[in-house]
Design a protein around this ligand. Structure first.
Ligand code: GLA
Length: 386
């Protein structure tokens, strides 16, 4: 096709206008357009991570069907670092004999790979951090073929201006010319959601570390209400990684975890051992209709619309006018929970689908009530009725 003068002008002007618009686009407008999905080594393997573990998880993310529903990032967390060479470049430790070869292996499966560091001299586990070597480290990650960096505050806390430290690495990543998702991990300190995107961040932790425990998970997840205005395409609030499949919660509790993270448009980074995942964890992590709520292109983070004691109703607006609704029971014993269609802007009637049961429930007038199990959820998609 011949590019006319008119076309040429549009092609040239759109990026210029976007960069003038002042909209914070993270590391690049095409990066993290929807919340990143993948696997991270920390929750299950912690410092037992190695080249062999990462290869096995990359194999398993494909074999288990996780990749085909959208999980593509394989993320190495803390404990991979060795010492610096005489010129100051970081080398991996003995558990990672060849980082470039590992990245090539992950890429050969049409997956992406990520790595971890800290703005301070040490990481949270005491390994070598990036302090004073930010540009060198960013160049090294780019040369290895990394697609994602998690940058974890730890030993920098109290050392200086946190925002400047995160900007320094954000600028260093940009300077490499390689698109890398930039994940800020500062546990919500200094309200990272207010400045995360301005330093190039594509996601930022909003709170402390998750644990494989219903009460810790639910404090984090239900505590996100009010942060929705800070999330959007390219820049997301991160209530921390998923614990589904690690064994510390019931099936209903893990469904609550997954449903809530999807309503929150949270990054879906699993933290279990994908190589020996049971059918139940797989079913929760791979439900395509639930994942579609998280990945909806409107990119709006959901919020709470009603709370009565332990019962909560949350909604997330979706593109093309439908709405996801979570009916949650944080209490003991099964209890009825009701969504009033007017509360989600749907007027008098709605057509209801149950996303875990994978069932159309039909049209209802004014409201819909479901019995929700203890610590459980009923997750719905509502469309305007006729
Ligand atoms: C912090 C982070 C965790 C993990 C560990 C690794 O606690 O919040 O997600 O990265 O450090 O040491």
């Amino acid at each position: 096709m011949k590019i006319t003068h008119h076309c040429f002008c549009i092609l040239m002007c759109v990026p210029i206008l976007l960069s003038w618009s002042g909209i914070a686009l993270g590391q690049g407008s095409m990066l993290a357009r929807t919340p990143p999905m993948g696997w991270n080594s920390w929750n299950h393997f912690a410092c037992e991570v190695s080249d062999a573990v990462v290869r096995a998880q990359a194999d398993a993310i494909v074999a288990s069907g996780m990749k085909s529903v959208g999980y593509v990032y394989i993320l190495i967390d803390d404990c991979w670092q060795g010492t610096r060479d005489a010129a100051g470049y970081i080398r991996p430790n003995a558990k990672f004999p060849d980082m470039k070869a590992l990245a090539d292996y992950v890429h050969s499966k049409a997956l992406k790979i990520g790595i971890y560091s800290s703005p301070g001299p040490k990481t949270c586990e005491g390994y070598t951090g990036s302090y004073g070597h930010e540009e060198q480290d960013a160049q090294t990650y780019a040369a290895w073929g990394m697609d994602y960096l998690k940058y974890d505050l730890c030993s920098y806390d109290g050392m200086g201006d946190q925002v400047a430290a995160y900007k320094k690495m954000g600028d260093a990543l940009k300077k490499t010319g390689r698109p890398m998702v930039y994940a800020l991990c500062q546990y919500g300190m200094q309200k990272g959601w207010q400045w995360g995107a301005s330093v190039g961040g594509n996601l930022w932790r909003t709170d402390d570390d998750i644990r494989d425990d219903y009460y810790v998970m639910s404090e984090l997840g239900f505590g996100q209400n009010g942060l929705e205005q800070f999330a959007g395409p390219g820049h997301w609030n991160d209530p921390d990684m998923l614990e589904v499949g690690n064994g510390g919660m019931t099936t209903d509790e893990y469904r609550t975890h997954m449903s809530l993270w999807c309503i929150l448009a949270a990054p879906l980074i699993t933290g279990n051992n994908l190589a020996n995942m049971d059918a139940e964890a797989r079913e929760i992590l791979t439900n395509p209709e639930v994942i579609a709520i998280d990945q909806d292109l409107l990119g709006v983070q959901g919020h709470r619309i009603k709370q009565e004691g332990p019962l909560e109703v949350w909604m997330k607006p979706l593109k093309e006018g439908s709405t996801a609704v979570g009916l949650f029971n944080r209490g003991w014993g099964a209890m009825p929970v009701t969504v009033d269609f007017r509360d989600v802007g749907l007027g008098n009637s709605a057509v209801v689908r149950d996303l875990w049961a994978k069932k159309d429930l039909g049209p209802f007038q004014e409201k819909y009530t479901a019995t929700v199990p203890q610590h459980g959820v009923v997750m719905l998609q509502l469309k305007r009725g006729t």
